[in-house]
Write a protein that binds this ligand. Structure first.
Ligand code: ZN
Length: 155
């Protein structure tokens, strides 16, 4: 039997609000570890990422025709790019029928930046198999939605 875990709900969004993300962070102190990925896309975008394997996330897109899922490299991850404002709040990866995600900390709406603790990382040269295994270990799985649930209402 596990103790009930309390979650901190964090919200992120693109600039125009078309892509909205919420994720529940297990309450284990104020610091949020951030991975500043060294790949070309993240460097050019100034994107830095976080995730927690014991959390869960919700993704809501207002207008799906205004979002592109950009893939590059191993083409196993979808960078959700808003076509209206160009921001990438979330990257997802489907592994064995479960969608996992990392979140762009620069798109958070309700996190004090002093809580973000950045470390440089570089995953170049990793095999696709190792990459997927790492994501399954570290990325945040999508929440199972219940009928009629409206996570945005808790904003
Ligand atoms: Zn947007």
């Amino acid at each position: 039997m596990h103790d009930p875990v309390s979650y901190r709900r964090i919200h992120g969004s693109c600039h125009c609000g078309n892509i909205r993300v919420a994720f529940d962070w297990p309450d284990s102190g104020p610091a949020i570890p951030v991975r500043a990925c060294g790949c070309g896309l993240c460097t050019k975008h100034g994107a830095a990422w976080t995730s927690h394997p014991d959390g869960r996330f919700y993704l809501r897109v207002a207008d799906d025709s205004r979002v592109t899922r950009y893939r590059f490299g191993t083409k196993t991850a979808d960078f959700h790019v808003c076509l209206t404002c160009g921001v990438i709040p979330i990257v997802t990866c489907m592994i064995d029928g479960i969608r996992y995600a990392v979140f762009n900390v620069n798109t958070f709406d309700d996190v004090d930046r002093s809580q973000l603790v950045e470390t440089a990382t570089n995953f170049e040269g990793e095999t696709t198999e190792n990459r997927l295994a790492r994501r399954r270990r570290n990325w945040t799985p999508e929440a199972v939605r219940t009928e009629g649930e409206d996570w945005a209402a808790s904003h």
